[in-house]
Design a protein around this ligand. Structure first.
Ligand code: GLN
Length: 249
């Protein structure tokens, strides 16, 4: 009798519009880390001309984009808000980066223009000046190493009471440049300003997402260890550079 292969369905929303700073690399990392363990991955790319469905999804990914692209995407996604909200409340795994992260909240205010958000997480964003740009490192409960990457956003995000940040900023700006908080964690939703892309240099974050999705899908979130020597070396180069004071904030 052959063993059942655990497999995940990954939905990549609007890669043609939301794909800044290599965000699509997050999808490659998720699929490779499944494949390397002999697990299955099926990726569905959703274009703006498609109607997304989340009924059979395990992991949904939304990348970052300019304010203009965010507005296009948000209008489209608002029509699917109820379905996406059910997915989140049912423990579906959702990774959202920067522009995608901002859309998770109640609103994104750009001066007098206020974009209504998806309201999946109790948070809101307003555009401020200057833009918050540069390398970033974050200490987070979801990763044994500091989470490293790159941020470039005008938005300042404020989390509601009871919404946990992804972690504490140890280099860079994070949610608003002041609170010391970066990103959000809500159920199995991970929102963050970290591009880079996020997952290749932060394997702990990738495995956190995979483990939760596998647990929800098959009741078994266990993951065989991988040889992450290359990934961890890449992470360490940035941690050492940022925390040694070699690079100025
Ligand atoms: N448009 C958003 C901002 O500037 C998000 C940018 C991004 O995704 N890098 O705040």
């Amino acid at each position: 009798m052959s063993a059942v292969v655990r497999s995940l369905n990954i939905v990549h929303l609007y890669p043609e519009l939301l794909n800044l700073y290599g965000d699509g690399g997050n999808i490659i990392t998720l699929t490779k880390r499944l494949e390397w363990r002999g697990l299955g991955a099926c990726v569905a790319e959703v274009a703006i001309s498609d109607t997304p469905t989340f009924a059979d999804a395990d992991i949904v990914f939304i990348g970052g984009g300019s304010d203009r692209e965010q507005a296009i995407v948000c209008e489209h996604l608002l029509e699917r808000r109820a379905e996406l909200s059910s997915f989140v409340e049912d423990g579906g795994v959702l990774l959202a980066v920067c522009g995608g992260y901002q859309l998770l909240g109640h609103s994104y205010a750009m001066g007098d223009d206020v974009l209504e958000g998806l309201g999946l997480v109790d948070m809101e964003t307003r555009r401020g000046a200057p833009r918050l740009i540069g390398n970033v490192a974050v200490e987070s409960p979801v990763s044994p190493q500091p989470v490293v990457g790159y941020e470039n956003h005008g938005g300042r995000t404020t989390l509601g009471e009871g919404v946990e940040p992804l972690g504490r900023v140890v280099f860079g700006h994070g949610n608003d440049g002041e609170s010391g908080e970066e990103g959000c964690l809500y159920r199995n939703v991970l929102g963050t300003y970290v591009h880079g892309p996020l997952l290749p240099k932060n394997p702990g974050v990738a495995d956190w997402l995979l483990s939760r999705a596998l647990d929800r899908r098959c009741g078994d979130g266990s993951l065989d260890p991988l040889d992450d020597a290359v990934e961890l070396a890449a992470n360490k180069v940035m941690v050492d550079r940022l925390l040694s004071g070699e690079e100025k904030e």
